[in-house]
Write a protein that binds this ligand. Structure first.
Ligand code: UD1
Ligand code: MG
Length: 466
């Protein structure tokens, strides 16, 4: 592309139809805020010189959500419509060279490859601007594209509220994505008024204004009408979320991931998964999770912001958050890695085991019913069923350190802070309150008493009473 390109993203609107206390563009679909999708798409278009985001309603929250570097924010104090939202950018954008692209923050399905086509098309044409349109089965709520003349250029865009029945019958919808010559845009945008049923400055009115000034505006019809979907209410949100997730599972399957019954599986947009990994139905893989190759993720497992290396097996109904699981480890079914855990290579975490800020060394096992909190367990140690690390005394949290190759008997209660040496044993049912030296056996339980024939005598006594 020859001339420079600048992008303005509109995200100041109230989103009244969402019926929400927060900004519409902060609602999430496909695991990201709507505005993040649009900003990411704009950034993918590496040819853009500057990206401006217009904020207003809940401005601070929107600003915080857009953490990408190099984004400029401009405030629209009062939300007087999409045309007004761009007008407030005049001071920063008017004098820039080249082209101005405008995107709406509530349309997260747009692909950067499609934006690229729009820019190329505009740069190659004589028109003052090119907008994106889509033929929709049901264009209710969208502006309709009115074409004219032999070249079918765009004469005007008529908003739903202002359209007559004949115009409403048209199925070509305006997507709210435009690429204008920057100079012409600013020469004419001030002519947009508020003479419409909503009393707003409609950005879409610029098309008719440019036509009256004898400039041409063209429309580029996109192939996939889904890309056009804007989010105005909660039903749109659910629909777009489903499409984003379907896109993600399709992309992963194309890249070599097996997904059983993919419509039941939810995978956030930023997730990465290696080849030959298998996902069973109803798995949810969320946030910034990265899963390696040849892993198996069981039905109903929920994995959030975590890293799984290669060959990891996650049993059904396991919850994993902000944790790391190394090669060949097994976790679950029904395990919970609550936060910041590290499961070493080949380690096993079984059913009804909860871990919090805990480290399990390579080959270590906690196979059933245990709580490991603020604990470090050495390689090849065995944590018996029912083991509890008592890490909290009502005031503070304390660490447990278990050395390599230790054997913690079933139902051990380990009162932290405490250290259990390498190769040490604790007897089943023990309450361990003092450090255990390496290779020792620690018993902390009542000694067993045997009363021979006791049961027989009791029965005999019962018989005489009857
Ligand atoms: C708009 C278009 C419509 C198009 C549709 C595509 C106009 C007048 N209409 O309608 O032709 O078919 O998008 O989805 O442009 N915003 C601001 N400041 C404001 C008002 C809105 O920043 O004062 C932002 C909103 O945050 C939103 C975007 O602009 O991200 C679009 O606004 P919205 O009210 O959703 O417009 P639509 O009614 O969907
Ligand atoms: Mg909208």
């Amino acid at each position: 592309m020859s001339a420079p390109l600048n992008i303005v993203i509109l995200a100041a609107g109230m989103g009244t139809r969402m019926k929400s206390r927060k900004s519409k563009v902060l609602h999430r679909a496909g695991g990201r805020a709507l505005i993040e999708h649009v900003v990411t798409t704009a950034l993918d278009l590496t040819s853009a010189e500057r990206i401006f985001v217009v904020i207003g309603h809940h401005a601070d929250d929107v600003r915080k959500a857009v953490t990408h570097p190099g984004i400029n924010f401009i405030e629209q104090q009062e939300q007087k419509g999409t045309g007004h939202a761009v007008m407030v950018c005049r001071e920063w954008v008017e004098k820039l060279d080249g082209y101005l692209m405008i995107l709406y923050g509530d349309s997260p399905l747009l692909r950067s490859s499609t934006l690229r086509k729009l820019v190329d098309r505009q740069v190659a044409s004589e028109a003052a601007g090119t907008l994106m349109s889509a033929i929709m089965d049901d264009p209710t709520g969208y502006g309709r594209v009115i074409r004219k003349g032999a070249d079918l250029s765009v004469e005007e865009i008529v908003e739903q509220k202002a359209a007559n029945p004949q115009q409403l019958a048209l199925r070509e919808a305006n997507m709210g994505i435009y690429c204008y010559r920057n100079d012409l845009f600013w020469q004419h945008i001030a002519e947009v008024g508020t003479n419409n049923p909503a009393g707003e400055y409609y950005l879409t009115d610029l098309v008719a204004i440019l036509n009256r000034a004898r400039y041409k505006v063209e429309a580029m019809q996109i192939e996939d009408p889904n890309e056009a979907l804007g989010i105005n209410d909660r039903l749109d949100l659910a629909n777009v979320d489903r499409i984003l997730r379907r896109r993600k599972t399709t992309e992963l399957m194309r890249e070599g991931v097996t997904i059983e019954n993919p419509d039941t599986v939810s995978i956030d947009s930023d997730v990465r998964i290696g080849i030959d990994t298998v996902l069973e139905p109803f798995a949810r893989i969320l946030g910034q999770t990265v899963i390696g190759e040849n892993c198996h993720i069981g039905a109903g497992a929920i994995i959030v912001d975590s890293q799984l290396a290669n060959g990891v097996e996650i049993g059904p109904y396991t919850l994993i958050r902000t944790s790391r699981v190394e090669n060949g480890a097994h976790v679950g079914p029904f395990a919970r890695l609550r936060m910041e855990n590290h499961v070493g290579e080949g380690a096993h975490v079984g059913n009804f085991v909860e871990m919090k800020k805990a480290k399990l060394g390579a080959g270590a096992k906690a196979n059933h019913l245990a709580y490991l909190g603020d604990a470090t367990v050495g390689a090849k140690s065995n944590i018996g069923a029912g083991t509890i690390t008592c890490n909290y005394d009502g005031f503070g949290k304390y660490p447990t350190v278990i050395g390599e190759g230790a054997f913690i008997g079933s139902n051990s209660t380990i009162v932290a802070p405490i250290e259990i040496g390498a190769g040490a044993f604790t007897g089943a049912g023990s309450v361990i309150t003092e450090a255990v030296p390496p290779d020792a056996l620690a018993l902390g339980r009542a000694l067993q008493v045997i009363k021979p024939e006791w049961a027989k005598k009791r029965r005999a006594r019962a018989k005489t009473k009857a």
